[in-house]
Design a protein around this ligand. Structure first.
Ligand code: CA
Ligand code: CA
Ligand code: CA
Ligand code: CA
Length: 296
């Protein structure tokens, strides 16, 4: 018997004594029915084995569940003095590369219709491993505390059945009377446009061009606050893995509590996933510079 198998057998005997009387199977240490050798998350119970980004790491153990990163690298925060350690958010999707304490808070792979139970709203459905709809609004109450929030949608279809349409992410409020929205706006005679809005406040925008409906878009609405309470909200959009287009605004909102979600108005949209990142601590100064942005 290999030493590892023997150790697992010993641990299994202990777990069997004080658990439910079921010994750990050394060939399936997480007990999900999938043998270690073929388990996408050998140490996390994961009978569904869903791998949204198809990188070989299952959703429940992937440190960037919507970004292919087979190496699972998470090293960019590491420094010797003063000591700082990786934060569990993979380098490939970590928006604050040099700052620890970021959290991969929620991941919605839209693989199971039961995920809809986490949301309020109407107009979207979960089927065929995606969320889709044409006109709808879904949101979830934010449970995580902290100044920083990123709401990221992985979009696998975005088409316009009418002359005008809109798809948006929202955060910090309900996206109707409060909070921020990051929207793709389609209108006749103009290129599709990325628009960032603080509700009842400032807005900024940038043209995206005419989007091809079946490209893969990654759209992110982020909010980060400095310790000086100078707030920045950002909206990011990438097409087929190209560099992100980014727009920012300075916000007067000092209450990072509310909901996050997404809404479509006459937009034939399909999301393969939504990912929520949070941070309990803000950057020392507002984030600036090239994407992915890092605390200065
Ligand atoms: Ca297993
Ligand atoms: Ca994965
Ligand atoms: Ca990944
Ligand atoms: Ca990290």
């Amino acid at each position: 018997m290999r030493p590892l198998a023997m150790l697992a057998l010993v641990l299994g005997a202990c777990a069997g004594d004080d658990g439910g009387g079921v010994p750990v199977d050394p060939d399936d240490v997480d007990g999900d029915g999938v043998p270690n050798a073929s388990d996408l998350c050998p140490n996390r119970r994961d009978p569904a084995q869903h791998d949204d980004d198809a990188d070989g790491a299952g959703d429940v153990c992937d440190n960037c569940p919507a970004t292919p990163n087979p190496d699972q690298a998470d090293t960019s925060e590491r420094r010797a003095s003063p000591p700082q350690f990786p934060d569990g958010v993979g380098d490939a999707c970590d928006r604050r590369q040099t700052q620890a304490d970021d959290v991969l808070a929620r991941f919605f792979p839209f693989a199971d219709p039961a995920e809809a139970n986490g949301f309020t709203g109407s107009g979207f459905t979960i089927a065929a491993d995606a969320l889709s709809g044409t006109t709808g609004r879904w949101q979830v109450k934010r449970a995580e505390q902290g100044d920083g929030l990123s709401v990221q949608a992985t979009i696998t279809r975005l088409a316009w059945p009418q002359a005008e349409g809109r798809f948006e992410l929202h955060a910090d409020g309900d996206g109707v009377a409060s909070g921020f929205t990051c929207a793709v706006v389609h209108a006749p005679g103009t290129p599709d446009t990325l628009v960032l809005t603080e509700i009842n406040g400032v807005t900024t925008s940038k043209p995206l061009g005419n989007l091809a409906p079946t490209s893969r878009f990654v759209m992110t609405l982020s909010r980060a606050f400095s310790q000086l309470q100078t707030g920045i909200a950002g909206c990011f959009f990438s097409i087929d893995g190209a560099a992100e287009l980014r727009i920012d605004l300075t916000t007067s909102d000092d209450n990072p509590i509310g909901t996050y979600g997404f809404a479509a108005t006459d937009a034939d949209v399909e999301l393969s996933a939504a990912t929520i990142f949070t941070t309990p601590f803000a950057c020392d100064t507002p984030f600036t510079g090239a994407a992915p942005h890092a605390c200065p």
